[in-house]
Design a protein around this ligand. Structure first.
Ligand code: FAQ
Length: 311
């Protein structure tokens, strides 16, 4: 029986049919999606923090309004993704608990500090650029609610990427100091951005099963290569230098060759020892605690309304 169900499930996935919340699915498929989607949601919400650091110091009213809109989009993406994950039978409280206790991960990239305004440009250009490459593939994920959420999210990410690139362009064409700030931001964000795609395929614990189930449609290394190929010409256009001596066009492969990522640093940040891990998690725990009275008031209000109806 279970084997027959599982075979029918795989046949459906192979035929590119979407899996919907009420359909039968293997327990491990459900758990894998809960893990990935909740971590994705956490990344969006924690990802608001590095940029929030520059809201009060944006260089103009226009820049401030744009940045505020971008950060609000990220909060919206988080809520979208939490809702989509809830269709798999986990509650939002459980997901928050997993984040706050350190059980659930969020992307390593958000454990780096934003030291100058140019970092806001670099995040939009590189981090949102990487997020788009990853999420375009996820638009074809076998799980319907996740795939559909990704379509709208990608549209908004593409605005985010453009605004970041435009900040970089403005600074790269500005004064000598501004050009140096832009180069410094690129130097610091380049390698952490490449780590967003995860470990090498041969080291990736979940890739094999997730590709078979079409949760992931392209491998970590393939997506990383795609991002690099798209981004190198953009850096050249800005007149900035990517901090990698091994970066070189390979005519035969039709791709850029590039240097090795510092996997020691990746592991260290994943394990909670990045520059800002503690600060980021504390900010989320504090926000959750600070909002307790709002949740309690909303529940009390709903209970009162319900009681009045009964009378
Ligand atoms: N950071 O076997 P794999 C955004 C973990 S974009 C932390 O390869 P998988 C937008 C991985 O979870 C960023 N952990 O795993 C934005 C697993 O640990 P686990 C969010 C990482 O799942 C822009 C272990 O290593 N995007 O927020 C990382 O098959 C600007 C083994 O790895 C997504 O989450 C990492 N970089 O592939 C917001 C996209 N890499 O769970 C604000 C959806 C790997 O067993 C500002 N997620 N790990 O404890 C995915 O596509 C996949 O989950 C991967 C990892 C590709 C991240």
């Amino acid at each position: 029986e279970p084997e027959a169900l599982e075979a029918a499930f795989q046949a459906k996935v192979d035929a590119e049919q979407r899996i919907e919340p009420k359909d039968w699915m293997p327990e491990k498929y459900r758990q894998t999606l809960i893990r990935q989607m909740s971590q994705h949601a956490h990344s969006e919400v924690v990802g608001m923090l590095p940029e929030g650091n520059w809201l009060t110091r944006a260089p103009s009213l226009k820049r401030k309004a744009i940045l505020m809109a971008k950060i609000q989009d990220e909060g919206g993406h988080g809520l979208y993704l939490y809702s989509a994950a809830e269709t798999l039978g986990i509650s939002r409280d459980e997901m928050f608990e997993q984040l706050h206790s350190g059980k659930a991960k969020y992307s390593t990239i958000f454990n780096y500090p934003t030291l100058s305004w140019a970092d806001i440009g670099a995040i939009g250009w590189l981090v949102d650029g990487a997020a788009i490459v990853n999420q375009i593939a996820l638009c074809r994920c076998s799980y319907g609610p996740y795939a559909r959420a990704m379509i709208r999210i990608c549209k908004e990410e593409s605005f985010h990427q453009r605004q970041g690139y435009e900040i970089m362009m403005t600074m790269a064409q500005g004064t000598k100091e501004q050009r140096e700030m832009a180069q410094d931001a690129l130097n610091r964000w380049w390698w952490p951005t490449l780590m967003m795609f995860g470990p090498h395929d041969r080291e990736s614990a979940h890739s094999g099963q997730s590709m078979k189930w079409k949760i992931k449609r392209q491998s970590n290394d393939d997506l990383r290569q795609k991002f690099i190929d798209a981004t190198v010409p953009q850096a050249e256009f800005l007149g900035l230098r990517i901090p990698d001596d091994k970066l070189k066009w390979n005519e035969e492969r039709g791709h850029y060759d590039f240097g090795e990522i510092d996997w020691e640093e990746f592991r260290s940040v994943v394990n909670g020892n990045g520059l800002c891990n503690r600060e980021r998690l504390q900010a989320r725990v504090d926000a959750h605690d600070g909002g307790r009275w709002v949740r309690e008031a909303a529940l009390a209000h709903a209970a009162k309304k319900e009681a009045r109806k009964v009378e």
